[in-house]
Design a protein around this ligand. Structure first.
Ligand code: NAP
Length: 274
């Protein structure tokens, strides 16, 4: 079990559907949050929401700092650690929750966009880990939480780049966890199923309705993520039966090819709406 009280946390993706809920749920534990996003306007909106809420009264201003940074640039990553050092004298945890996604035919995705998906979802989280781990080792404590996806264990048609980027993030988390096993640094990989946020376009929502894809509310997912952090889960797949499908796909991928064939055909017509 880990206590969250006074944990200094870098939260990327703070302005997103899941990130906003994570911020709201981490604050009452007394955490100090570096809220990271590219848009100062969205960060300020989140900050006023937190300050206006009686539930956070008294500690939100002292406990948050807004960091406008693009995690795919080295300048942005520098800015994140510099601001945490200046404001909170360091950090104890990094939650990599920023991400981008496309629901599209792989052949129609541009080379630049494929690169952006991998830079945002895999390479930047790796580079951020590389940036914070030496400090964590020197402090003799630290926890890194990579937010993956069920799509990072089951390859989904029409989400090919996104799905493969989350496969990579899962592999990175597992390898790094083993590499750091003899150190006090903890690495967690937490994989939600689909969540109702603006990461998903209206075409995804329409497709999800037709193929009966389960979609969770972001506050529920944030609660599960916080629970997994407290429990120090190494790998956690959220939602049933999706967590079972992850295991079936690992041993019998051919069966899953067959089982998803008709769903993939139905999904195709929604791809064309995007
Ligand atoms: N929603 C789902 O169905 C779902 C399911 C499973 C897993 N997940 C994962 O959960 C995480 C959060 O997803 P979400 O649904 O909350 O997404 P979202 O609502 O679309 O928010 C995405 C967040 O990522 C930030 N971001 C994107 N590119 C960035 C960059 N280059 N630099 C800095 N920040 C950047 C965005 O900030 P700005 O745009 O303000 O810069 C925003 O805060 C992602 O890793 C996603 O893959 C989501």
């Amino acid at each position: 079990m880990m206590t969250l009280n006074n944990q200094r946390i870098i939260l990327t993706g703070a302005t997103g559907g899941i990130g906003i809920e994570l911020a709201k749920q981490l604050l009452p534990y007394g955490c100090k949050l570096g809220l990271v996003g590219r848009s100062m306007e969205k960060l300020e909106q989140l900050s006023s929401e937190l300050n206006a809420d009686d539930a956070f009264n008294g500690y939100s201003n002292d406990h948050i700092t807004l960091i406008t940074a693009d995690i795919t640039t080295s300048e942005g990553r520098h800015q994140i650690v510099d601001e945490m050092e200046a404001r909170f004298n360091g950090y104890d945890m990094l939650i990599n929750a920023a991400g981008i996604m496309d629901f599209t035919s792989f052949l129609e995705q541009t080379d630049d966009r494929i690169e952006a998906v991998f830079k945002t979802n895999v390479i930047a989280p790796m580079q951020l880990c590389k940036k914070v781990i030496p400090y964590m080792l020197a402090q003799n404590k630290g926890h890194i939480v990579n937010v993956g996806s069920i799509f990072g264990s089951i390859g989904f048609a029409w989400f090919t780049s996104y799905s493969s980027s989350k496969f990579a993030l899962r592999g990175f988390s597992q390898s790094l966890r083993r590499e750091l096993a003899e150190t006090p640094i903890k690495i967690s990989y937490i994989a939600p199923r689909a969540v109702k946020t603006s990461l998903n376009s209206s075409a995804v929502y329409n497709m999800a309705e037709e193929v009966k894809m389960n979609m969770d509310m972001p506050d529920v997912v944030a609660k599960q993520i916080v629970y997994s952090i407290i429990k120090k889960h190494k790998e956690k797949y959220l939602g049933f039966p999706e967590s079972l499908f992850v295991r079936i796909n690992a041993v019998l991928p051919g069966l899953v090819d067959m089982a998803t064939r008709s769903q993939n055909k139905s999904a195709k017509k929604y791809v064309q709406q995007d």
